[in-house]
Design a protein around this ligand. Structure first.
Ligand SMILES: NC(=O)c1ccc[n+]([C@@H]2O[C@H](COP(=O)([O-])OP(=O)(O)OC[C@H]3O[C@@H](n4cnc5c(N)ncnc54)[C@H](OP(=O)(O)O)[C@@H]3O)[C@@H](O)[C@H]2O)c1
Length: 343
């Protein structure tokens, strides 16, 4: 296979920087890496495989030719630039919300639905799902494919990094200010200050009272799992954690559920780390997460009040599992399927 030309748009952001590091450590042969961002970051230097790359301003580049373009700069940038990169022959791997529900655009979690990327998608764009959805879908897959599920209800506990580097800064600065007794700057990335607080809103709330993140979870999980009738509902909550999303997930099955079978199904799932013995192994928490490439599942228990009910605690690194790593795995899948780099 020839070496590839790769562009990362949003390379200076939380997801783009993580992706650059994961790409560096990967086996993907890179001929030319282009790091792109806004004008504010132009000229910044990033070391990549013993070379120095200079960040370029997206709006100032002339040629868009590249084999793979990772877009990590938000929906507005993706809507404008994904078709332009694709028109120049790139396979676009888009991290934003812009194309996820487009029926012509595959929404890919390589551990779940790799076959949807067996050929080049017509628009030349592949969508990376929402961070909250990826970890949920990966934990659910073995259970909902083997057992008849009636409904799923969950609450999320989402980190500040989910809104990017400015979210982390706002949490840090706000916490510092609060500890020093001042009110600090007003909330900008969150609806109200996140420090010492929890916020039951992730994304805009619509006329039905449902937040955007809660809509995305249902729509995207149905598309990825190819279960259009999946009954799933959630309350998504922002918590003052720097990085790592957690989810308390309740599954109700059609029949009584056997804990041993659930353990077996989860233990066999690639990339899922099961904490089967809650007493000896404990449970994962976002701050002290090891193995950030895995989805961590713990507190697995049958509801003592309902033998058809099962609880799970699911934790994952939203920047890796929920974004950059999934995007990189999509690229590796596309390369393996000769969707890119085959000529
Ligand atoms: N954070 C997560 O957990 C997560 C998970 C899944 C998906 N995503 C998605 O990934 C994307 C990036 O999120 P993030 O968290 O990395 O955000 P971020 O930390 O705010 O980074 C945004 C990046 O986009 C660049 N950018 C912004 N406006 C631009 C423009 N007009 N032209 C060119 N570059 C521009 C920024 O460049 P400058 O540094 O020069 O401003 C920066 O590199 C978003 O679509 C987000 O929804 C994020």
């Amino acid at each position: 296979m020839r070496s590839l030309n790769i562009s990362i748009v949003g390379a200076t952001g939380a997801v783009g920087a993580e992706l650059t590091e994961l790409l560096e450590a990967s086996q993907i042969p890179v001929n030319r890496l282009r790091l792109l961002a806004s004008r504010n970051s132009a000229g910044r230097q990033v070391r990549f495989r013993d070379e120095i790359c200079f960040v370029e301003a997206l709006y100032e580049i002339g040629d868009l030719e590249t084999d793979i373009a990772f877009l990590c700069a938000g929906s507005a940038v993706s809507l404008e630039w994904a078709p332009r990169f694709a028109a120049q022959g790139a396979l676009v791997i888009d991290n934003s919300n812009a194309f996820r529900m487009d029926p012509d655009v595959p929404l890919v979690v390589p551990q779940i639905n790799p076959s949807v990327l067996s050929h080049r998608p017509r628009p030349g764009i592949v969508a990376n799902p929402n961070c909250t959805t990826i970890q949920l879908a990966r934990a659910l897959r073995p259970l909902v494919t083997a057992l008849d599920v009636h409904q799923i209800i969950l609450a999320t506990y989402q980190a500040a990094s989910g809104v990017g580097l400015m979210g982390i800064d706002e949490l840090r600065n706000g916490t510092r200010a609060a500890l020093e007794g001042s009110s600090g700057p007003p909330a900008a990335r969150f609806p109200v200050p996140l420090q010492f607080n929890v916020i039951p809103q992730v994304g805009e709330i619509d006329l039905e009272g449902v937040a955007l993140e809660e809509r995305k979870l249902v729509q995207e999980a149905r598309k990825i799992l190819a279960m259009p009738d999946l009954r799933l509902t959630s309350t998504c909550v922002r918590v003052p954690v720097e990085n790592g999303h957690s989810e308390a997930v309740y599954l109700e099955f059609e029949k009584p559920v056997c804990l041993e079978q659930v353990h077996e199904l989860l233990a066999q799932e690639e990339g899922v780390r099961l904490y089967a013995d809650g007493i000896r192994e404990g449970y994962p928490t976002p701050r002290f997460l090891t193995n950030p490439e895995d989805v961590h599942v713990a507190r697995v228990r049958v509801n003592p009040e309902n033998p058809r009910g099962l609880w799970l605690w699911v934790v994952a690194d939203n920047l890796q599992v929920g974004a950059a790593l999934n995007a990189l795995l999509i690229a590796q899948l596309a390369i393996a399927n000769r969707v890119v780099g085959g000529k």
